[in-house]
Write a protein that binds this ligand. Structure first.
Ligand code: NAD
Length: 336
């Protein structure tokens, strides 16, 4: 008699999730139930009969959803991401659901996307691309500046921030950094200078945010700190939307104090980013306003989206499902 396969209900499945999860080593040992909608207290019932619920950043694993999952038989909540602010960990513990995550997939993916955004914004590639496709070969309004010799400020020198700092050193930029836990040996070895946040704000031509969202970093870029920054500063945020006070940023863009902004995250991105809303009326007026500026470039939380990162997410997720199904502990550092 064949053994029953572990059933995995995958919420918020995108085509790339299906592809990479299905290809992971050991994936054929499970029965995958790919669901295109997000996990909420109303949709949790779709996991009925599953052993594992697999979720991403915009799924909501609150008390009600978790209770429904638990009564459907789910014993493992496998996050395909690092962040877990969308999960009620205490409720999961009480209900006997083990929660695992993928703490790091590819800092290179995130760092390289940061630099891609910076170069595109500064050299107006987004505008040139549309223009040339319309057979408009004029260059008016496409003037950028050399990165060489300019000053970059990196806020947060963890896995992604330090990679961005090292890449920008390759352009022969002066690189300043601010972090609550500075790594002076790394900075000295790479010709990078730690300064306080105010000095970084005052002296940088480009500011790139790589700190997590915490009480201290919430609205790190606000009316006051924007006023400290150089006129014409370029701000890049691939970290978390709420590091920037959007209304203050719009004001600084309107009056020309900020020279350009590249965002891969936005404070109200939930329910918007990752979705195709091209046939709908956009309800978020601040996002709509941001999209009207020629010097704002937005991608929808795609900095992580490389083959390598997706392979790593699928590998860790699949290995943890295998381990927990066999009654073994999950991979080190992936559970709570
Ligand atoms: P990390 O934990 O390796 O590094 C974060 C760094 O920020 C640490 O060095 C920490 O000391 C520093 N920090 C914390 N509080 C600070 C403060 N108040 N001021 C200055 N520095 C502070 O994280 P990481 O892997 O480099 O990721 C950074 C951020 O990027 C995370 O918040 C993560 O959510 C986000 N991220 C985005 C994507 C994406 O696709 N856009 C993908 C992965 C991660």
């Amino acid at each position: 008699m064949s053994e029953r396969k572990t059933i995995v209900a995958v919420f918020d499945t995108k085509p790339y999730d299906r592809e990479f999860l299905s290809l992971a080593v050991g994936a054929d040992q499970f029965h995958w139930k790919f669901l295109e909608f997000r996990l909420t207290d109303e949709t949790a019932v779709a996991a009925h009969g599953a052993d594992v619920a697999c979720v991403f950043v915009n799924d909501v694993a609150d008390l009600n959803a978790l209770e429904c999952l638990a009564s459907s038989g789910v014993r493992h909540l496998a996050l395909r991401c690092a962040g877990f602010n969308n999960v009620d960990l205490a409720a999961a513990r009480k209900l006997g659901i083990t929660v695992t995550r993928v703490p790091s997939y590819s800092p290179h993916a995130v760092a390289e996307h940061t630099v891609a955004l910076l170069l595109s914004l500064n050299r107006k590639i987004h505008r040139a691309y549309s223009r040339v496709r319309e057979l408009n070969f004029s260059l008016g309004g496409l003037v950028g500046f050399d990165l060489f010799g300019k000053t970059a400020g990196i806020v947060g020198t963890g896995k992604t921030g330090r990679l961005v700092a090292e890449i920008l050193r390759g352009f022969k930029m002066r690189v300043l950094a601010a972090d609550i836990s500075p790594d002076h040996a790394w900075a000295t070895a790479n010709g990078i200078e730690y300064v306080d946040l105010e000095t970084l704000d005052r002296e940088s031509d480009i500011i790139s945010l790589h700190a997590p969202l915490t009480q201290e970093t919430n609205y790190l870029v606000n009316r006051h700190t924007l006023a400290l920054m150089k006129r014409g500063v370029i701000i890049v945020n691939v970290s978390r939307g709420r590091l920037i006070h959007t209304a203050a940023l719009i004001e600084a863009l309107k009056n020309g104090h900020v020279g350009g902004v590249a965002l891969d995250v936005y404070e109200e991105e939930e329910g918007v980013f990752f979705e195709d809303l091209s046939g709908e009326v956009l309800q978020d007026d601040e996002l709509a306003r941001l999209l009207t500026f020629p010097n704002v470039l937005i991608t929808a939380h795609q900095a992580f989206l490389t083959r390598e990162a997706l392979e790593e997410i699928a590998r860790v997720t699949t290995e943890n499902i295998q381990l927990l199904s066999a009654g073994l502990p999950p991979l080190e550092g992936t559970s709570f």
